[in-house]
Design a protein. Structure first.
Length: 56
């Protein structure tokens, strides 16, 4: 049997791609967590403050 026309990527290339994908995923998850924390903190600030009475 002859070798196929497609070249087989080396394990090192695959590992590098996987490592890069994991780094990007981690960055995205951290950004999502930071955004959720900001929303929670902003929500907590508005709920704990008493409503302002209108100035006369």
């Amino acid at each position: 049997m002859t070798a196929s026309s497609k070249s087989v990527p080396e394990k090192g290339d695959r590992n590098e791609r996987l490592a890069a994908a994991l780094r990007e995923n981690l960055k995205r998850r951290k950004a999502q967590a930071r955004a959720q924390n900001r929303v929670r903190q902003d929500g907590a600030k508005t709920e704990t403050q008493p409503p302002k009475s209108p100035a006369k």
